[in-house]
Write a protein that binds this ligand. Structure first.
Ligand code: ZN
Length: 339
């Protein structure tokens, strides 16, 4: 992972005022602050969409996690730490950048800009970076990854007390996690349009996130990548010794990768519908994307043409339409094994 520096100027309008904190010393460009605020907005949308997908589909997942809907950031993740601290509204090094709506974090009245001081009375600065777990991670991310691991372990044991600072005022709040599917989400700063799933984390590039016309379209891509993780596709391809690199474009490997792509597409629209997103947005998005990027990855043999994908989405939406939903939800055959 790279430091979160924008390679270009972002043009977005912001509903949130800049924090009332004092500006850092020295030259700070308005463009840098706007770019950081823009990145935070993408993080907030991604966090909200991811939380909705994993909480609404919890009943169908075999691997579950205790989740809060909170996204933490470390100013060390940013190239210009002073400006990042100012733009994010943090007093300290670690703070909250996003709170998913209707999540335990929202119920606990936590807000973006709150600084995190302690978890279960353990001060953040006393949480030592565990190099046995983080030696392969980018140094700028080791502290935040360690804090997130410690936080997840404490959540697995039950309610957690978070000590935060809001505008210099310290308070401790209990947070009660909910059970969701396992899933972590991040925006990766990148000038290419891409999304990936590594078995645990769903990652969407900033350039792709800016291309979505709606949260429903955003959810279509997050649901596709989440589907790969929920269906353990990485483990399956590894067990089949499938080459996911360049040579994976050929022969048997291509067929096995294509199989996982078809499953991820099929499951994605069920995950979307259960979370209250319009599954038709998958059709709208992939049609638009396919028409504009037709000469790119869609010509590789591991991916099939967008018209074929649209047909798959239509088939799955027709299956849902023919079902009687239970509490507004449709049990996805690929997760319940009933297909
Ligand atoms: Zn895929």
């Amino acid at each position: 992972m790279m430091n979160r520096i924008w390679p270009f100027l972002l043009v977005l309008s912001f509903s949130q005022p800049l924090s009332a904190q004092e500006k850092p010393d020295g030259e700070v460009s308005a463009e840098t602050i706007l770019a950081l605020k823009g990145l935070q907005l993408l993080d907030q949308r991604m966090n909200a969409i991811g939380f909705r997908l994993i909480s609404a589909n919890a009943a169908y997942c075999d691997q579950k996690a205790a989740t809060t809907g909170l996204l933490l950031n470390d100013v060390a993740q940013y190239a210009d730490q002073e400006t990042a601290r100012f733009a994010l509204g943090f007093d300290g090094a670690i703070g909250i950048t996003a709170v998913a709506p209707d999540s335990p974090a929202a119920a606990a009245e936590l807000s973006p800009g709150n600084s995190l001081l302690a978890i279960n009375n353990k001060a953040i600065e006393d949480i030592a970076v565990d190099l046995s777990q983080s030696s392969s991670e980018e140094p700028a991310y080791r502290r935040i990854n360690t804090i997130n691991r410690v936080f997840r372990q404490m959540l697995a044991a039950g309610d957690v007390q978070l000590t935060i600072s809001e505008g210099g005022v310290r308070r401790t709040v209990p947070i009660k996690p909910v059970e969701t599917c396992t899933g972590q989400f991040q925006i990766r700063v990148s000038a290419d349009r891409s999304a990936t799933a590594d078995g645990r984390l769903v990652s969407v590039s900033s350039q792709l996130a800016e291309y979505f016309l709606s949260d429903d379209e955003f959810a279509a891509v997050v649901a596709h990548e989440l589907a790969h993780n929920l269906l353990k596709h990485r483990d399956r391809l590894d067990a089949q010794q499938v080459n996911r690199g360049f040579f994976g474009q050929l022969g048997k490997s291509a067929g096995r990768i294509r199989e996982t792509e078809i499953e991820a597409d099929r499951l994605s629209v069920w995950l979307m519908a259960n979370a209250g997103y319009d599954p038709q947005a998958a059709i709208a998005f992939w049609t638009r994307y396919g028409k504009e990027h037709g000469k790119g990855i869609f010509s590789a043999s591991t991916h099939y043409r967008w018209k074929k994908r649209v047909q798959l989405f239509e088939e799955e939406i027709a299956k849902m339409d023919a079902m009687e939903p239970v509490d507004g939800k449709y049990a996805p055959p690929l997760l319940t094994g009933s297909d």
